[in-house]
Design a protein around this ligand. Structure first.
Ligand code: DGJ
Length: 733
């Protein structure tokens, strides 16, 4: 990381990328010069084209807007001549919203500051450098610090912003992007497509590519969580790129609430890329002296296609985001009773499941929704976190002790952020629900959302959960959230602060999980939100794994897990084997395929093991063995997408290669049997060309270059939904 005094250019280098920021001499505008594959010059101010008329601002005061509307701004202000989207907007006491950020100072130092109350990547003095650029709007008295932390080896720049009101009057922030980049993407040479992840309940994170036309295209959430529907991620993917080659820019927001990710293609074909908290319903009051810290955005450039981006993000999150003591450990194989019993269970039923699970080698029983209050369906009791003794006589302690005696660990489900209208909590505190005064709030799954902007509500929630965890030997918590926010209103917040609700809500969730994981440091926390609606880097800071989707069908999971693994390490993907016909889509798939697909994630079961067929049950010990055999590799290895059922509609294949390249596991799923095919030749990736690999199944030995360039035959299997694992190990030299 260098600052070239002469050219007034900051140059931030990672192993394979450069990021250049330039200061424009007279005015002190902060410009974006370059982001992409490594370049050598630190004096490349010409990239900002400030010398090209009519864009020289000092020489063209008469027509300043032609400068502002074209200059690549590093953090564009508002209402002063740049008609493109602003990175920051305010309302001042006079009701005006003009902002213009001018360079004032900067610092470069080793390490990375830890933001207060927000999740963020972490780095030490040895693996991370930070540049802070201070800018100021003198008219407003607003100070802005642009922060860039560079993980050189990891090939990542983490960008964030903080804003301070240094005036003597309140200022309202109405838009604050965490990152804004004006990228020169000359379409004459290379066109970029936009890749985003979209979905719904039970079909999260499906990949979608689209053309970037002129104007703006954005994805976002205003649902109070990162959401099933859209994802706080986008990538610019060169039309020339594929899985292993070509340019891909990835942008990923370390945040779990409302977000916007937007690309604007301008009149000059440059792209303004922005990511931050969604401005809708956002209005944050900064009193004199107060500051606001925006969550960070991860920026990465890969010259090795989508796969390069995936591996960069996987390593970053494994090494610099997830903090749990479980992050490097094999997770206990769990059996969850949700799809087994739904609300219809009692101690005896759970113990029956536990006994049978133990015989099969399963290691933990997780009791899902329905153990508290009088919750026998999803209409009641959220907020009343006392055990239902009718279902669990003798209470939690008795149940957990019995499960432990059987030889299993015990985990429990909570939905701490919610309140049922039919609950003792709601009867005592109806104003604890988020609602607009005099308006009946919208129910979703017949529940309301707790107003976590209120201190007493946060305290109640925290102690309710902590008290349960202290009652018995509980080693795992599934933290669920089954509805999104509506009717944004808080009786606690004043008129001027209602626009802070959604962000304060997310900060409170972070605070609750931070306290919980500190008080119970050995706890394995799994986040969940009606499946995978809050699967985001923010939550990974608190929990090493997140429930990927309520859709446990092996074939649906291929697409969901492909989109998830595009940006998240496999070690984070909650994946279970469930019963058939599948409860979401009614599909029947072989038990072995369900197992092979779940092995790509955390692995566990979600079925009534006492009721499934003997044939299926007999396969569990075998699958358990596979999990123990392969999980270290799956958790730690490099992920390669080989073929995509999403694209070709009949065959899926992915590979995990050990960091030392001495082992690889390839998962093939033949979704549709094709007649009159005997085998397909699948080219592998990521192996050492000069090592010889033994195929464990066939005993055959081939060089890595042969397997990568010529391929390995995968025999066609009989029937649909069939799958196969291929295990390769390097021969001793
Ligand atoms: C949604 C989760 O995703 C499910 O796994 C289950 O925990 C239910 N909620 C329980 O209500």
């Amino acid at each position: 990381m260098v600052y070239n005094e002469a050219s007034r250019i900051f140059k931030l280098d990672t192993a394979h990328t450069s990021y250049l920021i330039g200061l424009v001499d007279e005015e002190g505008f902060i410009g974006h010069a370059y982001f992409g594959k490594t370049i050598s010059d630190s004096n490349a101010g010409y990239l900002m084209r400030t010398g090209e008329p009519p864009f020289v601002p000092s020489q063209n005061g008469r027509d300043r807007s032609s400068f502002f509307d074209a200059f690549p701004m590093e953090f564009p202000g508002c209402n002063t001549g740049d008609y493109r989207e602003s990175a920051i907007e305010v309302l001042d006491e006079g009701g005006h919203n003009g902002v213009e950020i001018i360079y004032r100072d900067h610092r470069i130092f080793a390490g990375k500051p830890t933001p207060k109350g927000l999740p963020a990547t972490f780095g030490g003095d040895d693996d991370c450098m930070t540049l802070e650029i201070d800018g100021v709007d003198k008219t407003l008295g607003l100070e802005v610090t642009l922060r860039y932390s560079v993980f050189a080896d990891a090939d990542v720049v983490a960008r964030s912003v903080s804003v301070k009101n240094a005036s003597d009057q309140p200022i309202f922030l109405t838009r604050l992007m965490s990152a804004s980049l004006d990228m020169d993407m000359e379409p004459v040479q290379e066109n970029y497509k936009l890749l985003t992840l979209h979905g719904s309940w039970a079909r999260e994170r499906h990949m979608e590519f689209r053309e970037i036309g002129r104007g703006k295209v954005s994805v976002g959430s205003t649902r109070g969580e990162s959401s099933h529907q859209e994802h706080p991620f986008m990538a610019l993917v060169s039309e020339k790129a594929d899985q292993e080659n070509g340019s891909v820019y990835g942008f990923h927001f370390v945040y779990s609430g409302n977000f916007i990710a937007q690309v604007e293609r301008t009149q000059f074909d440059s792209l303004r890329v922005q990511m931050g908290i969604h401005p809708k319903n956002f209005c944050w009051q900064l009193k004199p002296g107060e500051s606001f810290e925006a969550p960070e955005v991860i920026l990465t450039y890969s010259a090795e296609g989508l796969g390069g981006m995936s591996r960069t993000l996987h390593d970053l999150y494994r090494n610099h985001l997830i903090r749990s003591p479980y992050k490097d450990k094999k997770r206990p194989i769990l059996i969850n009773n949700w799809e087994a019993t739904y609300f219809d269970f009692n101690t005896e039923k759970l113990l029956d499941i536990a006994r049978e699970a133990k015989k099969a080698g399963i290691e933990m029983l997780v009791m899902d929704d329905g153990w508290f209050g009088y919750r026998n369906d999803d209409n009641t009791s959220l907020g009343d976190w006392t055990v239902n003794e009718k279902k669990l006589p003798g209470g939690l302690k008795h149940l957990v002790d019995e499960v432990n005696k059987i030889g299993l660990k015990f985990g429990i489900w909570f939905e701490p952020e919610m309140i049922s209208p039919d609950s003792d909590l709601y009867r005592a505190h109806p104003d604890w629900a988020i609602a607009i005064p005099d308006r009946t709030p919208c129910r979703s799954r017949n529940q309301y959302v707790l107003d976590l902007t209120r201190r007493e509500v946060v305290e109640y929630v925290y102690h309710a959960v902590a008290r349960v965890l202290q009652e018995a030997n509980i080693e795992y918590v599934k933290w669920d959230m089954n509805r999104q926010l509506t009717d944004l209103g808080s009786v606690y917040l004043g008129r001027e602060n209602q626009g802070e609700l959604s962000h304060r809500y997310v900060l409170a969730v972070y605070e609750l999980q931070e306290r919980l994981t500190r008080q119970f440091p050995e706890l394995l926390l799994e986040n969940c939100s009606g499946g995978g609606a809050r699967f985001d880097p923010g939550m990974l800071y608190y929990s090493p794994q997140i429930w990927c989707s309520d859709d446990t069908d092996a074939i649906e999971r291929l697409v969901i897990q492909e989109g998830t693994a595009l940006i998240y390490p496999l070690s984070t993907m909650g994946a279970h084997v469930s019963d058939c016909p599948n409860h979401t889509v009614g599909r029947n798939t072989p038990f072995s395929t369900r197992g092979n697909v779940a092995l790509a994630g955390t692995f566990g079961y979600e079925l009534d093991i006492t009721k499934i067929s003997e044939e299926d049950r007999a396969q569990i010990p075998e699958q358990v063995k596979l999990y123990h055999k392969y999980n270290d590799l799956v958790r730690r290895g490099d992920y390669y997408r080989i073929a995509s059922y999403r694209e070709n509609h009949f065959f899926d294949c992915y590979e995990v290669v050990a960091k030392d390249k001495r082992e690889a596991l390839i998962t093939c799923v033949q979704v549709m049997r094709r007649p009159n095919y005997h085998s397909r030749m699948i080219k592998l990736a990521g192996l050492d060309a000069n090592l010889r690999y033994r195929n464990e199944e066939t005993g055959e030995v081939y060089y890595g270059d042969t397997l990568m360039n010529a391929g390995i035959p995968v025999q066609e299997m009989w029937g649909d939904f069939q799958s196969r694992l291929i295990h390769l190990t390097a021969e001793e030299e």
